[in-house]
Design a protein around this ligand. Structure first.
Ligand SMILES: C[S@@+](CC[C@H](N)C(=O)[O-])C[C@H]1O[C@@H](n2cnc3c(N)ncnc32)[C@H](O)[C@@H]1O
Length: 302
């Protein structure tokens, strides 16, 4: 019969990470419910439309033919609708595991069957091939989505996306970078689940990526790095008289040739934590634009 772990060990574990094993498991099991509650509370008012996509990634979206795009973890559609506005000939698949988020997308005034199809899907569990033909997507956008997934399950998301990407298709990625001010704030409050992974007060979670971790994660799952960089802003909140140093990672990954050589089993992390045994070469931090040149902007961002 399996015996319970010694009590001392349990206490150590809770103190070490800030979140008890019971809560950690609950946040994982009920991730969908927490995000759905988020959209019940905030509707489509929380995130701003992401108008920087065309400026940052125009070269990937433009070109011959009708581009097929998948917005992964689309939320209320703040990435979908700027893409449709800038590229009216594109077709955008969009998925999220929050039914309320998908309802918000479908009720948006610019949602039309001729240019978009939104559906409910848990990217860590549901096969995208049920909704999208294999090897049919030119570009997958992952905008502040992967950070919401536990590091143990990130490979599953990438393996799922690989199946529907065209050979040489691109994943365009933007998400939280390690060292962001918001991460430092978490560190003070005992909301740490594991290394660089935290839970917010509303039960949603956020992972803070280093360039090395992200590079290895994508390489291990069959993508090559096209570009990657840390992107920094000083965000000034004049009413609260605070200046915050925010950091994001912006990257583009291309499907590796020989796209089917990675089985999903191989892609899974080896340990129970996210101590992946990476085999691939990393891009050293020294070749990245670091330290950041902060530029001051006045915006309100999560
Ligand atoms: C910060 S929001 C980003 C939304 C959108 N990409 C944007 O640009 O505003 C993260 C989204 O990822 C979704 N998400 C998290 N884990 C997911 C999963 N396993 N499968 C599908 N969607 C997921 C959440 O429901 C949430 O809508």
């Amino acid at each position: 019969m399996a015996s319970e772990p010694p009590r001392k060990l349990q206490i150590y574990s809770a103190v070490n990470t800030g979140v008890s094993p019971y809560k950690r498991e609950k946040y994982e099991r009920e991730a969908q419910r927490y995000w759905d509650a988020f959209y019940k509370r905030h509707q489509n008012k929380f995130f701003k439309d992401r108008h920087y996509l065309e400026k940052d990634w125009g070269k990937y979206f433009s070109g011959e033919g009708r581009k097929v795009i998948l917005e992964v973890g689309c939320g209320a559609g703040n990435t979908i609708f700027p893409i449709i506005a800038s590229y009216p000939h594109a077709f955008v698949f969009a998925c999220d595991f929050s039914p309320r988020a998908i309802d918000l997308v479908k009720s948006h005034k610019d949602y039309k069957d001729s240019c978009a199809r939104a559906f409910i899907s848990d990217l860590t569990a549901d096969d995208l091939n049920k909704e999208i033909s294999p090897s049919s997507v030119d570009i997958a956008t992952m905008i502040f989505m992967l950070s919401a997934v536990s590091p143990e399950k990130m490979p599953m998301v990438l393996q799922n996306i690989r199946k529907i990407m065209k050979p040489n298709g691109y994943v365009l990625f933007r998400d939280y970078a390690a060292g962001d001010l918001a991460q430092e704030k978490f560190s003070d409050k005992g909301q740490k689940i594991s290394d660089n992974f935290y839970v917010r007060g509303d039960g949603t979670r956020a992972y803070y990526f280093s360039t090395e971790f992200l590079t290895n994660l994508f390489k291990e799952n069959g993508f090559d790095v096209e570009e990657i960089g840390v992107y920094c802003k000083k965000v000034e909140n004049r009413s609260r008289k605070v200046v915050m140093n925010r950091r994001w990672l912006r990257a583009a990954f291309r499907m590796s040739n020989g796209s089917n050589r990675f089985s999903s089993k191989e892609a899974l992390p080896k340990g129970s934590g996210h101590d992946f045994a990476y085999r691939s070469t990393c891009i050293p931090e020294s070749v990245l634009p670091s330290p950041c040149n902060y530029k001051t902007v006045r915006v309100c961002l999560r």
